[in-house]
Design a protein around this ligand. Structure first.
Ligand code: UTP
Length: 482
């Protein structure tokens, strides 16, 4: 079941210890391990181990790092924004737009047992992140009388559970033929000596190859071909844990198509020099996103202006538009993409076959990042500034920064403004913050204007918090229904 070629390869690359339990494995385990080993790019692993584990690579140096030029937040009072919105809406009506959702990550920090997209983010309704994203799509498809094919990247770690979740929820009311799951590649985790790790006697510890893995995976899985066959050339990219992500935003699409963009980005103002977010900038003229873990290497990125705000203000909310030809072109460059290293706690088995769940980092994961494709843009960057509330609620953990609780507070603030404008009193605390949970289905209303329209002549009583569902029915925080 294990070819001599793979045995030889393991030996040549010094990784034969992964076969230490081979003689004790049953057929199924032999099959699993053999199949995993057959997918490994050993030359790549050698390079990564040599560069990152046996050595400490020196940081890239640049002569000049400049802030990326920004398009100010889209506002219909500006002619450029009106023109962009019209162009984006045209592209949507013409069926040129599709969606890429990356949902292949392991979601370790959140510590939730299912795929992150199945997390019940709605504080009252318990509706999942996937359900919310689907409701946005239902609204847009109705509004623009179009089909938005939804390409969802999963990984070996969560494909079966994700597909089952969609089936159980009847694809959230979307047409099954317009949803395509595609799988990214996995890469072995290595210990502090650069040796592959075992997750079980017959299974390697592996991790998905990062969200950058969507670039080759879209080509290899026939997603770009499917898009072309549907007449789709513009893909709206978002991440599953951003509850607020405004998918297929017409303004953003419009700037992208009008300026002939290949990969465009949204950016949010960093709220301080140490915020845990990547920074968009131009490094010797090339578009880069510098990770927050590298800020001390490039201290100018910590500079503040006279008002105490970061000079390099463009934080990375991981929201992009990619054109289909660009993905196809850049997939050929994927081997040159930089890999990023993270020291992590990796559950594994020791030499005696005993399972270890470490309490401190014991190994490394390698990942690629989608924003590294930005360096292949040949011309002026398209970077559109956004507000956070209603656009960016990263959900990495339950409490604290970038958490479930922070996302719920942000959405309550965002939807609370709609309610205020509709003349509904939202309970506030002493500091003026919305004091209750609020949910408004994006299928019911995906903009304040739409909400105002749908609320005409209605009165609402919020009490301890409300959730308005797609059909306008209301659920109260205390489980009353209306
Ligand atoms: P993160 O890097 O925050 O990872 O992913 P994560 O899996 O959500 O959480 P941790 O780090 O294990 O706690 C940001 C987005 O990129 C996707 C995730 O699913 C999430 O939508 N992603 C990440 C992938 O699709 N594949 C990957 O290999 C990594």
């Amino acid at each position: 079941m294990l070819t001599n070629e793979i045995r030889d390869r393991l030996q040549r690359h010094g990784q034969e210890r992964v076969l230490r339990f081979w003689d004790r494995l049953d057929d199924e385990a032999c099959g699993t391990l053999g199949a995993q080993l057959a997918t490994i790019d050993f030359e790549l692993m050698d390079r990564l181990i040599e560069k990152w584990i046996r050595n400490t690579p020196s940081a890239e140096r640049f002569n000049a790092i400049d802030p990326v030029p920004l398009i100010p937040e889209a506002d219909l009072s500006r002619p450029d924004a009106r023109e962009a919105c019209a162009a984006g809406e045209d592209a949507l009506r013409q069926g040129r737009v599709g969606l890429i959702l990356v949902a292949g990550g392991q979601g370790t920090r959140l510590g939730f047992s299912g795929p992150k997209g199945s997390y019940p983010i709605g504080p009252i309704s318990g509706r999942s992140l996937f359900a919310y994203h689907a409701e946005k799509i239902r609204n847009l498809q109705r509004r623009y009388a179009c089909t938005l094919p939804w390409y969802i990247m999963v990984s070996a770690a969560n494909r079966a559970a994700t597909e089952a979740f969609f089936r159980e929820h009847d694809y959230f009311g979307l047409r099954v033929q317009d949803i395509r799951f595609f799988q990214q590649r996995m890469i072995p985790c290595v210990d502090d000596n650069g040796a592959f790790m075992l997750d079980a006697p017959g299974r390697l510890a592996m991790n998905p190859n990062g969200h950058g893995g969507c670039i080759p995976a879209m080509v290899e899985s026939g997603i770009t071909k499917d898009a072309r066959e549907r007449g789709v050339d513009t893909l709206s990219y978002f991440q599953v844990d951003n509850w607020a992500a405004k998918v297929a935003d017409p303004f953003f699409i419009g700037y992208h198509v009008l300026r002939g963009g290949e990969m465009s980005s949204k950016i949010n103002r960093r709220n301080g020099p140490r915020e845990a977010v990547g920074v968009h900038c131009l490094c010797d003229g090339e578009y880069r996103v510098i990770e927050y873990s590298e800020l001390d290497i490039y201290p100018q990125l910590l500079e503040l202006d006279a008002h105490g705000k970061p000079v390099y203000l463009a934080g990375n909310p991981a929201i992009h538009i990619l054109s289909v030809p660009f993905i196809e072109r850049v997939s050929h460059n994927f081997r040159e993409f930089p890999w990023h290293l993270a020291h992590k706690k990796i559950a594994c088995i020791d030499d005696a076959g005993v399972r270890i769940v470490p309490d401190k980092p014991n190994g490394y994961k390698f990942e690629t990042f989608v924003f590294d494709a930005l360096r292949y843009i040949p011309h002026d960057p398209i970077a559109l500034e956004i507000r956070r509330d209603g656009e960016y609620t990263p959900t990495k953990q339950f409490e604290g920064d970038n958490s479930v609780t922070a996302a719920r507070a942000s959405m309550a603030r965002f939807w609370g403004e709609w309610l205020d404008e509709a003349g509904v009193a939202t309970p506030r605390d002493g500091q003026g913050n919305v004091a209750v949970d609020i949910e408004i289905s994006p299928d019911f209303a995906y903009s304040k204007e739409e909400f105002m329209d749908r609320m005409k002549g209605c009165t609402l009583d919020i009490n301890g918090g409300i959730s308005i569902s797609a059909d306008g029915s209301i659920e109260y925080a205390d489980n009353r229904r209306a």
